[in-house]
Design a binder for this molecule. Structure first.
Ligand SMILES: *Cc1c(COP(=O)(O)O)cnc(C)c1O
Length: 408
């Protein structure tokens, strides 16, 4: 028996939805993409949604749409998957790490505010484990300093903050549909927003920076006209005819975009998965509750604290081993066939970051958390029997006599 920390749940309806697309006219850029986008937008309560090839691509195009570039700083948390910071580097910007709150493990608003400089352009809060960040405080800071807020909601599709679904709160929210995430498309991602201008840019960057949209072509042409460079004014004159009455073949590349499109095959799976999201979330909540209860009276195990008024997506269930070393507990559980994991190594500790200006960066709460953290199995298909087995072994390992101190 091997119990992973996360796993997809696929049923016959999912398989049928995919097969139907395979027999249809469109494998990509077809109706299944738009249908999936609408389903997620409606579910979270956002006006617009742009589906892309993965969650990392979602973060990248969100940063591009936000205009992040060289010299810009973007603040995020170190306790996240590297993609939450890499997306800033892709755009030539600089990620800045603000320490976590030791209770929620999410970015601390006070720490965040202390990192703001005149170069700061945006904030990427990560709803780590699915528990929403303190969005009221973050949005207030953002308003005060005129910053865009791009939520990394990879763990938090279906989670809610004070009655509002994640995806309906900030400027843009990015989701991932990797198999361990709340719903899956195999590989996939999405950005949701209420802002039409950002939406148009997201669509542009998803597909090479190319458009057939007349309004958008005209908007860029007008910008050229306003240039003080006579060559650019001449270019605008040359383009004017095409832009006013474009031929059926005509399109323009307005920005340097990417091919981050997602297939109809993937989106059909995603739309079918969305039908089950609330059931998946309910099952995740049950599993979390059972862990909470099982470990409640065991001082060697610290269970995750939950913010009032929020519903976590319970993507991860993190414990901290308070006495025995993380290494001993981790190895013991792996030997018992339990696929525990550690989410995450503080991003700045990776060699790439150390080599590129982050040597000497320390977020003390993040490091203290990291040294004790273990992710336990949590996914809709985890059986009661499997969870009992996990609980038994976690208690056994965390309370065993220790040979070495924690911190390893
Ligand atoms: C999974 C994940 C991503 C990246 O998503 P992919 O679809 O794997 O590219 C980004 N941020 C966080 C917090 C994630 O967990």
């Amino acid at each position: 028996m091997y119990i992973p920390y996360g796993r997809q749940s696929i049923d016959d309806a999912d398989i049928e939805a995919v097969v139907k697309v395979l027999k249809s006219d469109y494998l990509t850029t077809g109706p299944a993409v738009a249908a999936f986008e609408k389903k997620v937008a409606d579910y979270v309560g956002a006006k617009y949604a742009v589906a892309v090839s993965n969650g990392t691509a979602a973060l990248h195009v969100a940063c591009l749409a936000a205009g992040i570039g060289e010299g810009d700083e973007v603040i995020t948390t170190p306790i996240t998957f590297a993609a939450s910071a890499n997306c800033v580097l892709y755009c030539g910007g600089t990620p800045v790490f603000a320490d976590i709150d030791p209770d929620t493990y999410n970015i601390s608003p006070e720490e965040l505010e202390s990192k703001i400089t005149p170069q700061t352009k945006a904030i990427i809060p990560v709803h780590y484990t699915g528990q929403p960040c303190d969005m009221d405080a973050i949005l207030e800071i953002a308003r005060k300093h005129d910053l865009l807020v791009i939520e990394d909601g990879a763990h938090a599709l279906g989670a809610s903050y004070k009655g509002k679904k994640i995806g309906s709160i900030a400027d843009m929210t990015c989701f991932s549909f990797h198999p361990v995430k709340p719903v899956t498309t195999g590989e996939g991602g999405m950005i949701v927003t209420d802002n039409e201008e950002l939406y148009r840019k997201l669509v542009l960057y998803r597909s090479h920076g190319i458009t057939r949209d007349k309004d958008m072509m005209q908007q860029y042409e007008e910008q050229l006209h306003q240039s003080s460079d006579p060559a650019l004014q001449e270019a605008a004159d040359m383009l004017r005819g095409d832009v006013i009455d474009p031929g059926g073949w005509y399109y323009q590349q307005l920005e340097l975009g990417y091919n981050y499109r997602i297939t109809d095959i993937s989106c059909a799976l995603g739309a079918s998965q969305m039908d089950k999201l609330d059931r998946f979330l309910e099952r995740r909540r049950q599993i979390a509750k059972k862990y909470d209860e099982a470990f409640a009276d065991i001082p060697q195990i610290k269970t995750p604290w939950q913010q009032e008024g929020c519903q976590s997506g319970w993507h991860l269930y993190m414990i901290q081993t308070m006495e025995r070393s993380r290494r001993e507990v981790f190895d013991g559980l792996r030997q018992a066939g339990i696929g525990v994991n550690v989410h995450y190594i503080p991003v700045y500790r990776h060699p790439y970051y150390q080599r590129n200006g982050y040597a000497g960066v320390h977020c003390l709460n993040a490091e203290a958390f990291y040294e004790r953290a273990i992710s336990l199995p949590i996914f809709p298909g985890l059986t009661g029997q499997q969870q009992d087995y996990v609980i038994e072994h976690v208690i056994k390992e965390c309370t065993a006599k220790t040979g070495r101190k924690n911190g390893g």
